[in-house]
Design a protein around this ligand. Structure first.
Ligand code: UDP
Length: 337
């Protein structure tokens, strides 16, 4: 198939492009490189039929051209800003990138007759679910508590409203994913954010001595060890879910799936696992809570398992972190190294 991967130079999008190319699909990466890495695109080039368009989602002319020139049949939409803390500080940029960006993409798809959309949504659309909704099913009310979650939830509404009007002329799936970690087993792609804000890479950078310390954001949450709980899913499993969903999409489909391993790990547990995997007892300090962080988020992924047979193969936190550690050891400076 001919697949447009927006954000394909980023961490998750590049892993999607890798899997699609390996499976023999023709891939067009659409990325403005504001957060993505040219090095990821370079690593993907030898692997198959890849075209790279460096442009913003707001650039309709480039979008229309990419969709028509490459006869795109399905879009996987990853391009977004995804830092919870930053979204609190610069919310309008989040609505611009995540909400207006998706609108521009959807309008271009309609204009060019592309009718299948796999949307990278987020568990942040659930906000702070009450204890009776943990683990989180797709029926949990979506009440985001930060601009990041809201900027993505609006897109889910937009897709549903469009499907209502377009009927069998459109199909979409929203994958609400939890925390993503790990790197491709072949060591070609990895995680290289600037700035880096995510817990697992920060632990590994601390283990490499690239950071003096790691700060735990909040130790007074109502959780067993006082730190936030998240569901860490391996990036290869996450992409496997995308491909499974893409293959299953039928005209008129409007679905949402929670993608996680179905178990939570606290910040302290991630630190302990990182210390075990790396063998480095990097320093840790305790700090105040980070704005916008809910105490506990982990998935009940039974809906996607029952409907499509997908479940995570990596369920052991040490194994997930070990896969990321291989990349960080080989590429301490990321794609720049
Ligand atoms: N976290 C932390 N210190 C850091 C980075 C993250 O304590 O330097 C915590 C953060 O507050 C959250 C969890 O680790 O509870 C996961 O955060 P991350 O940014 O990796 O992902 P998010 O859950 O925001 O998508």
């Amino acid at each position: 198939m001919n697949v447009l991967v927006t954000g394909g130079a980023g961490y998750i999008g590049s892993h999607a492009a890798l899997r699609l190319l390996t499976d023999g699909h023709a891939v067009t990466i659409f990325d403005d490189l504001s957060r993505g890495n040219r090095g990821a695109v370079d690593a993907l080039r030898p692997l198959g039929d890849l075209c790279f368009v460096e442009a913003e989602l707001g650039d309709r002319a480039q979008l229309d051209k990419a969709l028509t020139d490459r006869s795109i049949e399905v879009v996987m939409h990853f391009a977004a800003k995804a830092y919870v803390g930053e979204s609190v500080e610069i919310p309008l940029q989040y609505y611009r990138a995540n909400t207006a960006g998706a609108l521009s993409l959807l309008e271009a798809m309609v204009a060019c007759g592309v009718d299948r959309f796999v949307f990278s949504s987020t568990c942040a659309t659930y906000g702070e679910p009450p204890p009776e909704h943990i683990p989180i099913t797709e029926r949990c009310p979506q009440r985001p508590v930060n601009p990041y979650g809201r900027s993505k939830l609006v897109v889910e509404h937009m897709l549903r409203d469009h499907l209502h009007a377009a009927g069998d002329g459109f199909a979409f799936a929203a994958l609400r994913y939890f925390n993503v970690a790990g790197c491709d087993a072949g060591g070609r792609l990895g995680e290289d954010h600037d700035p880096e804000t995510h817990l697992v890479p920060i632990c590994l950078q601390a283990a490499l001595g690239r950071r003096d310390t790691l700060t735990i954001f909040g130790t007074d949450y109502d959780t067993p060890d006082g730190t936030c709980i998240r569901d860490y899913v391996h990036v290869d499993d996450l992409i496997d879910a995308h491909v499974t969903v893409m293959d299953a999409l039928r005209p008129g489909d409007s679905t949402a799936y929670n993608i996680g391993i179905g178990a939570g790990s606290s910040v302290r547990e991630v630190i302990d696992a990182s210390r075990r995997v790396t063998g480095v007892r990097f320093p840790v300090t305790e700090g105040p809570r980070r704005a916008g962080d809910p105490p506990a988020l982990y998935a009940d992924p039974s809906h996607v398992r029952e409907e499509l047979g997908w479940s995570a193969r990596y369920t052991d936190l040490d194994e997930i972190i070990a896969s990321a550690w291989r990349w960080f050891q080989a590429h301490p400076d990321g794609y720049g190294g």
